[in-house]
Design a protein around this ligand. Sequence first.
Ligand code: ADP
Ligand code: MG
Length: 701
Amino acid sequence: MFANNLDTLLVYLKGVGPKRAELLQKELGVSTYAQLLEHFPFRYIDRTRFYKINQLNPDLPLVQVIGKIIGKETVGDKQKKRIVAKFADDTGVMELVWFQSLKWVDEHIVKGGAYIAFGKPVLFNGTFSISHPELENYPRQQGLTGNLTLQPIYNSTEKLKKSFLDSKGIQKLIQLILELHINEIRETLPGYVLEKYRLISRKDAYRHIHFPASAAMLQQAQRRLKFEELFFIQLQLLYNKQINSLKFKGAVFNNVGKKVNKFYNEILPFDLTNAQKRVIKEIRIDTQRGAQMNRLVQGDVGSGKTVVALMSMLLANDNGCQACMMAPTEILARQHYQSVVDLVKDDLVNVAILTGSTTKKQRTLIHQQLEKGEIDILIGTHALIEDKVQFKNLGLVVIDEQHRFGVEQRAKLWRKNNIPPHILVMTATPIPRTLAMTLYGDLDVSVIDELPAGRKPIDTRHFYESQRLRMFGFMKQEIAKGRQVYIVYPLIKESEKLDLLHLEAGIEQLSYQFSQPDYQISIVHGKMSNTDKQFEMQRFIEGKTQIMVATTVIEVGVNVPNASVMVIENAERFGLSQLHQLRGRVGRGAEQSFCILMSGNKLNPTSKQRLETMVRTNNGFEISEVDLQLRGPGDISGTQQSGTIELKVADLAHDQVILQEARNTVIEILNEDQLLDKPENNLLKNYLHRKNQGISFDKIS
Ligand code: ADP
Ligand code: MG
């Protein structure tokens, strides 16, 4: 790439200077012309639409009113001093108010003048007013912004506003850059792609996203920029995936041997669902190709991902390889260990567990056994990826509840063996298709879309605080039948103390409510030691306690089939996928299970919609889509930890079609031109070169 004027620092732009340049850097993270051009408007105001004064209502956002100043006076004094103008059209009179720059206003805003006033209408004592309106002479002047039909509105901050870089101020800077340098905005997509998808040029897209000539042009600009954004994410993912598969061999698992057969024919206590069988087959095919498998298994809560993982690990063992399984928390690792040990029962394989709380002595022993190849399956937490942990021949890594492991950590695992191990990633709950394509677009995807036969759908109800006694009554009824109950409290970091108080108050109320007959309560929360947590869990598992009160530590993986009621306190404070996952802790036994969502009496519309969704459906795939619609991709539970992709224009909740187009395009291109050697793909190759600097694949291998 040649040096480009658009890489100029903003400090050199007319009207910016060192102070504002520094502010722009600090507040918006932009320091060059190009970066400011990428600060896209977050919405637009239709400047062709005018309101009459009698059409105003306080719920309207920014409006434009055409009128005449029919009176003007200065009222109040000192701090309260302000100018109030009467502004009238043929339907009524409203007020325009200024608290600042009074001298200027007094001189320039004249009685009798006709203006277009623009701002947020507020109703006060029966009269509408706009504070600090933007005023334009009426009729409108011609000129670049005078012709604007859609006015861009930019994100700004208090500090920027103090330096006159409010939305309007930012607009002026962007306008200036575009006037001077628009012809230097270079195309990034090959011509044939533009043609095929009828995309406008990058240059035009930048012009019209900032200053749309019409709503139609704005739409075209957005489509072009969204396509570009998603296209390059896909290009990077799929190109890297392809390079991996060319470069990295994988162990060949072509032997279904004693371990898999014995487990499947003699030990497995149930029939696999068709979905489980299909996914295992996909894994079988993948692991025979001689290339490294990188596969994501999506399945709803309770769909039986553990068995799939276990059979894959046994397959590795049958082919002379070790396998390991990584879980995000200690509790979950222990649960997995327990279920694997329970499932394989006799001495079919040698299973070990390694976590942060493994004693030094045990740890040393495990390290030795691993190196000698005496351990077939190792289950644990992050402790597994420490450099000290060496395998004799690691063939498969299962990462459970993946979204807490980042791409970096995944890569670290690859280095655990000469031939990188196959990787199987399991999500805790389904994630929306668009998000999966974007976050895990370099993985092949398997879906377990079927629950084991005979599962009764969980009956979910929403109770308001005012119905609490009814909820207690229901709990008592179920416990009397011999069932056990979970009660989960939210725990939010910022107010841990408060939450703990809340939890304690809840426990006090419970002990009072359930003292007759004398029911026992287990308590597990984040402030307890692991030993104490485990002790309490164990009492509940053994049925010595009827009620388990917990913060979200039980969120993942806990399996107590006799627990058939899940009460979630302050359910409005949980995200949808979290609620769904918590609910998945019940419904594991033969009994009808229930989930009760407790909430305050007042709910905002989004919370209400979340709870209604939970009551309406048990389907995790559906829930994940609603979640995305309601919250946006950055907020989908768990994805923050894996370094969420930050999108500037595209929106995974609404741009499925464009994403699919972009992905298909990339697939077609790479099919035709694997290494992007054709001249028409030069732009793409250059892009990848720049992007992959610093994260080169040689480092990973
Ligand atoms: P998840 O997909 O949420 O991790 P698990 O693997 O924990 O689900 O399985 C949930 C429960 O269902 C476990 O008790 C497991 O033994 C059981 N299970 C798994 N597959 C089947 C099946 N095909 N038939 C009956 N029960 C099954
Ligand atoms: Mg699981």
